[in-house]
Design a binder for this molecule. Structure first.
Ligand code: IMP
Ligand code: MG
Length: 192
């Protein structure tokens, strides 16, 4: 790769890699097995919170050995900033009928807990048989509501991270690893 290409690569903006590609791959196999065992012969209805969970869900469901339905709910909790707004906004709703379904709600990261607590309540009203939650990352020290996920990929420190689906201002989702952004890039005026 030429140095010019390297400068243009989003990897260049990463300060520190927190979880690398091979760690993600390994953990996804384990999570897939845990989830397959938890559902046994029941069908699992995966609800992906997008955009953040897109990459994680795409890779994880291929590790799940169970009958599976997939739908997405589009939620916005961040508005191009590293500070969350209070109530997550549902931008596009679930289309599947969840009555009697065994729902596995999947998000990229559990931070304050506001998003998963809110979306779980929305799903609960749709009459599912069960709701479990799965996140790739858990910033366990940053909760503002009491919420824990049933399946967790990695517990990480309370730092803003990007990559593998996680964004800053809709950028960096395509990175194969998860890392912190160089501090000087966290609020560049040209992205506002
Ligand atoms: P919560 O509602 O505070 O738990 O935050 C969950 C949502 O915030 C996730 O769906 C992410 O989109 C976003 N989020 C939280 N922490 C980070 C981060 O470190 N990087 C990127 N997005 C984050
Ligand atoms: Mg996001």
């Amino acid at each position: 790769m030429s140095s010019q290409n390297y400068e243009a690569s989003p990897l260049h903006d990463i300060d520190e890699i927190i979880v690398d590609e091979s760690q993600i791959k390994q953990r996804l196999q384990e999570l897939g097995q845990e989830i397959s065992e938890a559902y046994e012969d029941k069908e699992v209805t995966v609800i992906a919170i997008i955009n953040g969970a897109i990459i994680f869900v795409a890779d994880l469901i291929r590790q799940i050995n169970a009958s599976l339905q997939l739908d997405c709910i589009r939620v916005s909790s961040y508005r191009d900033e590293t500070k969350p707004i209070r109530t997550p906004e549902i931008i596009d709703r679930i289309r599947l009928d969840l009555k009697g379904a065994n729902v596995l709600l999947i998000d990229d990261i559990l931070d304050t807990g506001t998003t998963l607590a809110h979306i779980s309540k929305v799903i609960q009203k749709m009459g599912p048989a069960s709701i479990k939650t799965c996140v790739l990352l858990d910033k366990a020290t940053n909760r503002s509501v009491d919420f824990e996920a049933d399946f967790v990929g990695f517990r990480i420190p309370d730092e803003f991270v990007v990559g593998y689906g996680l964004d800053f201002a809709e950028r960096y989702r395509q990175l194969p690893c998860i890392g912190t952004l160089r501090p000087e890039l966290q609020n560049p005026p040209q992205w506002a």
